[in-house]
Design a protein around this ligand. Sequence first.
Ligand code: TXD
Length: 326
Amino acid sequence: MKKISLIGAGQTGGTLAHLIGIKELANEVVLFDVASGIAKGKALDIAQSSSVDGFDVKFSGTDNYEDIKNSDVIIVTAGVPRKPGMSRDDLLGINLKIIKQVAEGIKQHAPNAFVICITNPLDVMVMAFQKYSNLPSNKVVGMAGILDSSRFKLFLSLELNVPVKEIEAMVMGGHGDTMVPLPKFTTVAGVPIEDLLDSEEIGEIVKKTRNGGAEIVNLLGDGSAYYAPAKSTAVMVDAILKDTNQIHSCAVMLKGEYGYSDMVSGVPVMIGAGGAQQVIEMTLKQLQKTRFKNSVASVSEMVNILYANGFFDDCENKTYGPSNEE
Ligand code: TXD
């Protein structure tokens, strides 16, 4: 029997709950939201779709943390999305307070769960969640890399007029304007994209990928993307619950990998029954290393401010040592 709880039953949480139902990834799904009516209403709506779709999953909505107990996986989307003109980093102040509350609720009621964090600014939120909950770092993973990679793949497939499933690509680094798409490691059915596109064309697609989320925020006018984010998260849930050992770009706490310690960034990770089981260290070229370094630096800038202002003073694990030998 598998139980999944979703903290935050907004656009991403609700869409993800529906996907979990359709794919029967769990036997029980709990939607938790401070707006309990939204959580309860969406749970009922999705449950009613199960008789049409034929899936057998129990759904409920709540604003009581006790209901998440014994969850195998918890996905955190609680928080505020950005508005047109905002960067993800602009959400730091408001979402940090929410993540603290959520981390305390999970620590108290479901300390054995694997937690996938989605709330922005993603990398700082994963770091803060881990500090506030003190859950083992293999059990706290951020979703962003799969989404950023999916955008990169889509834009490449449109440019090259090839099926998107033929493209293998990875985006590393923080989930922000400094994310690091890796064109040198990107192929179409094994053919390097550098043999198919010139550097200017690749540069344009990289730019479009970095701007992929903002483009949607501007079009929607209110709120941010949720279909692709929810699907990207479902892939991680599936990998954990079915122990698939898939390798995906995920935001995890680094412990010396790529030269950084006690710092969260997006790197290739093997995901399975042990959560973030292993960080895969790729041999990066000099330019990629520099871009990754800049990306980590933009996250550690925010983390430094939080440390300096005492946001982690009460945490059991206060260590902090971003470093890079290069
Ligand atoms: O790639 C990624 N990591 C992302 C990140 C992709 C998509 C969305 N991304 C971020 O997730 C986005 O920037 C936001 O920070 C979160 C949630 O986005 P979503 O689009 O789902 O936002 P909604 O629809 O506003 O839903 C948020 C819900 C809403 O129902 C609130 O009532 C609830 O969060 N909320 C809370 N729930 C529980 N506990 C607390 N404290 C709380 N505060 C707000």
